[in-house]
Design a protein around this ligand. Structure first.
Ligand SMILES: NC(=O)c1ccc[n+]([C@@H]2O[C@H](COP(=O)([O-])OP(=O)(O)OC[C@H]3O[C@@H](n4cnc5c(N)ncnc54)[C@H](OP(=O)(O)O)[C@@H]3O)[C@@H](O)[C@H]2O)c1
Length: 323
């Protein structure tokens, strides 16, 4: 079968480390399910792996792709919950299992015609979503759901700032927070993506660093260094920043004085539990929300999609479809 395989890691030229190869179709071991991949979406995580960030070189080569929608050998239309972990080892929360792995970290991922995953990772695909739409959800939308509802615990009427509206997680956070009755402010570097933020449900959109009309209860942060100071300044006393990513860098000035004096809460967030993914799918069904797709490409053009992600040239998720 055709697969996109990370064969090396290079911080300057990550795309040269991804090869399209013919590899054997995987067999499902007992307790595992084989899924014929119909669509898989791209995430910054794929780029980090190719750059050698947060990915053990001992696990190269590996098939990339952590977002999968497809069909099991026995004909079920499914999405794949992408965290391979033991809930018991995380005191009931599999994202807290010290040995957890996102798909494509230690197990082959979804940029391929077939994938095998633990039975518990298989979740029924909502019938109203296409495979392309469903493939946008497991990583970006589940991460955003956990950030908003389990970490920040936003409620209707809260004010929420989402930094970097053009991103996959950020776009999902805008849509979910607005649907939950929050007032949503968003920032983005381009006018086009600020317009996109408004289409997704933001009440107002700003250039990075701009003053907001009001301080906010929560900030959804995945940009990191470039927006951190603004995120801290925008919070009301006692407000929370939930951080799940650092696309622009990991080491901003901490501004500790502001954090203790304003009693700010800084919450890290990674992935989602299976339960949160299922709840997010139910929320989409209840609200009619759908992920916004920037473009759909064949697997053979995956380098082009990853290039657009690196260049910040995507307004919505980029999907690889495997007919
Ligand atoms: N912890 C987790 O479980 C988890 C899950 C998913 C993703 N992540 C991480 O979260 C981050 C976002 O992931 P994604 O897949 O949503 O990425 P993405 O779709 O590629 O989005 C990239 C984002 O970065 C912003 N950005 C990039 N460089 C910037 C800069 N110099 N200044 C300001 N904004 C900048 C873009 O904002 P504009 O609108 O301004 O272009 C956009 O929001 C990544 O670092 C990823 O690894 C973590």
């Amino acid at each position: 079968m055709l697969a996109a395989v990370a064969v090396a890691q290079n911080a300057e030229d990550p795309l040269s480390c991804l090869e399209l190869k013919d590899v054997p179709v995987p067999e499902a071991a007992p307790g595992w399910t084989r899924v014929r991949v119909r669509a898989s979406s791209l995430n910054m995580h794929d780029v980090w792996t190719l750059r050698g960030v947060g990915h053990d070189p001992a696990n190269i080569p590996i098939i990339l792709g952590c977002d999968v929608a497809g069909v099991t050998d026995d004909g079920r239309e499914v999405i794949v919950y992408p965290v391979i972990a033991d809930p018991d080892a995380g005191a009931g929360d599999e994202t807290l299992d010290p040995n957890r792995a996102l798909l494509s970290e230690r197990h082959d991922g979804g940029f391929a015609e077939y994938i095998v995953v633990p039975d518990r990772c298989v979740v029924d695909k909502p019938a109203h979503l296409s495979f392309e739409e469903a493939a946008c959800l497991p990583v970006a939308w589940s991460t955003a759901y956990r950030m908003l509802f389990s970490q920040a615990r936003i409620t209707a009427g809260d004010r929420v700032l989402v930094q970097g509206a053009g991103g996959g997680v950020a776009g999902a956070a805008i849509a979910l927070a607005a649907a939950a009755g929050a007032t949503v402010y968003a920032t983005s570097r381009t006018a086009q993506k600020r317009r996109l933020a408004l289409e997704l449900g933001a009440h107002a959109a700003f250039a990075p660093g701009e003053r907001l009309p009001h301080r906010v209860d929560a900030v959804i942060e995945t940009v990191g260094e470039a927006t951190w100071a603004h995120s801290l300044r925008c919070l009301r006393p006692g407000g929370a920043i939930v951080i799940a990513g650092t696309t622009s860098g990991t080491a901003p000035a901490a501004d500790l004085g502001r954090i203790f004096y304003q009693q700010l809460r800084i919450l890290g967030s990674t992935g989602s539990t299976r339960h949160e993914t299922v709840a997010m799918l139910r929320m989409l069904e209840a609200t009619g929300l759908r992920p916004r797709i920037d473009r759909v490409l064949p697997l053979a053009r995956i380098h082009e999609g990853l290039r657009a992600l690196i260049d910040g040239d995507a307004a919505g998720k980029i999907v690889v479809a495997i007919p």
